[in-house]
Design a protein around this ligand. Structure first.
Ligand SMILES: Cc1ncc(COP(=O)(O)O)c(C=O)c1O
Length: 405
């Protein structure tokens, strides 16, 4: 399959905006969906709409199978030991809130510490702050070093016997640099503390083997990897999940309910209260299949990375955040500011040229504070973007800057 054939399976990519071909470079916010994902959602809605895990009738059975097949597929995709280690959520945000609540109930007490990387998305900050407030625990910030990177040796110095959990994103949604994930996990384990890895950006650009990487907990959102929105995953090692109480109460998360006492279902169902997103979760299968298929275009991604990276680092007036000596560790995600031009104005002019980018704080205010800026412009490429689009982006950027200066 050629890249242009692969692009044809994404209906949204052939859109025009203001009469111009859409060049969609906001993939870190959400990706587009392939025809197979849309078809799956439509066909389940049209002919397989029944609630799961309950009724004995035919379509209920089919719908349950679709849902549980998705769990098996995700288990294999992540190389988790068991499907019971895969909890379906509405996205990374819900995964982290679930973990913060349930882990917090089981493991966090007054005086304990949770370490959070300075480069985190608000989703990986606020739920932990809420937990620490509830439990009189505290947060320690793992600061970026002078080069704007997370240095594992700084983490080593930060962990104390009171540290119960370290939270970091494998790849920040602003910096786009792959952190030394395995080294970080090993440091945490050698110091007897657990670790949560936010994989929202990571899952799209890396193959993930949760056992090989030694993850305790890992989360991602379906909509960033071509699946329907409102889908997400929390992976947890089974022996840890079994120690966690439920997050929400309701139907299907119970074993028995009596006025005197309710007991809970086994993992993962204990964490999936109420009616699940039954037409969307099964779209994770064609979505992850698409992600695997798109890996054949890695060379194009490498060329895009080099083109945009070289341009942004070599051109006067640009400041790129998230640099890497080795481009292998950088995904094609570029957050930058331009001297004398406001990021929001630039994004608006680029939009008129058909280029969709993100501007603002990107849900990472503490990181903006670290760099002393109020916002940035971000261009994030997906494996379906082309080198030609990257060239058009640079030309449009130059034109927009000339107009605004
Ligand atoms: C690194 C990271 N973590 C968490 C999130 C939150 O994901 P969602 O809004 O899909 O729950 C995002 C979304 O941009 C992200 O990039």
């Amino acid at each position: 399959m050629t890249l242009s054939e692969a692009r044809n399976i994404f209906p949204h990519l052939s859109q025009k905006v203001y009469g111009k071909e859409l060049v969609y470079l906001d993939n870190a916010a959400t990706s587009h969906r392939p025809r197979q994902v849309i078809d799956k959602w439509v066909s389940l809605s049209e002919s397989c709409n029944s609630n799961i895990h309950r009724a004995v009738h035919h379509t209920a059975d089919l719908a349950t199978k679709e849902f549980e097949d998705a769990r098996l597929y995700v288990q294999k995709y992540l190389n988790a030991q068991s499907p019971d280690e895969i909890i379906f959520t509405s996205g990374t945000t819900q995964s982290i809130n679930l973990l913060a609540f349930s882990f917090g109930e089981a493991f966090i007490h007054a005086g304990d510490e949770i370490i959070i990387a300075e480069s985190e998305h608000h989703s990986n900050i606020v739920p932990w702050q809420m937990l620490c407030e509830r439990k009189a625990a505290s947060i320690k910030v793992w600061r970026l070093d002078s080069e704007g990177k997370l240095d594992p040796s700084d983490l080593e110095l930060l962990i104390t016997p009171s540290t119960k959990l370290v939270c970091f994103a494998a790849i920040s949604n602003v910096l786009g640099v792959l952190n030394p994930v395995k080294e970080i996990v090993n440091i945490c384990h050698s110091k007897n503390c657990l670790v949560f890895t936010d994989g929202a950006q990571h899952i799209v650009h890396s193959e993930v083997d949760v056992q090989e990487l030694g993850f305790d907990f890992y989360a991602f959102s379906g909509h960033k990897i071509y699946a329907a929105p409102g889908t997400g995953v929390l992976y947890g090692r089974r022996e840890l999940l079994e120690k966690l109480p439920p997050y929400m109460g309701g139907g299907e998360m119970i074993d028995t309910v009596r006025w005197e006492k309710t007991t809970y279902a086994e993992v993962p169902h204990r964490f999936e209260a109420g009616t699940q997103n039954l037409t969307s979760v099964p779209t994770l299968i064609p979505a992850l299949q698409t992600a695997s298929m798109l890996r054949q275009f890695e060379d194009e991604q490498e060329r895009i990375k080099k083109l945009v990276y070289d341009y942004l680092t070599a051109t006067p007036g640009f400041h790129l955040y998230g640099t890497s000596a080795d481009l292998k560790n950088k995904i094609p995600l570029f957050s930058f500011t331009v001297e004398g031009v406001h990021h929001e104005d630039l994004a608006l002019v680029l939009d008129k040229m058909g280029v969709a980018v993100r501007s603002g704080q990107m849900c990472a205010e503490p990181l903006m504070d670290h760099f002393g800026v109020t916002g940035m412009l971000r261009a994030s490429f997906a494996p379906y973007n082309t080198y030609g689009e990257a060239q058009y982006f640079i030309e449009s950027l130059e034109k927009a800057i000339r107009m605004l200066r």
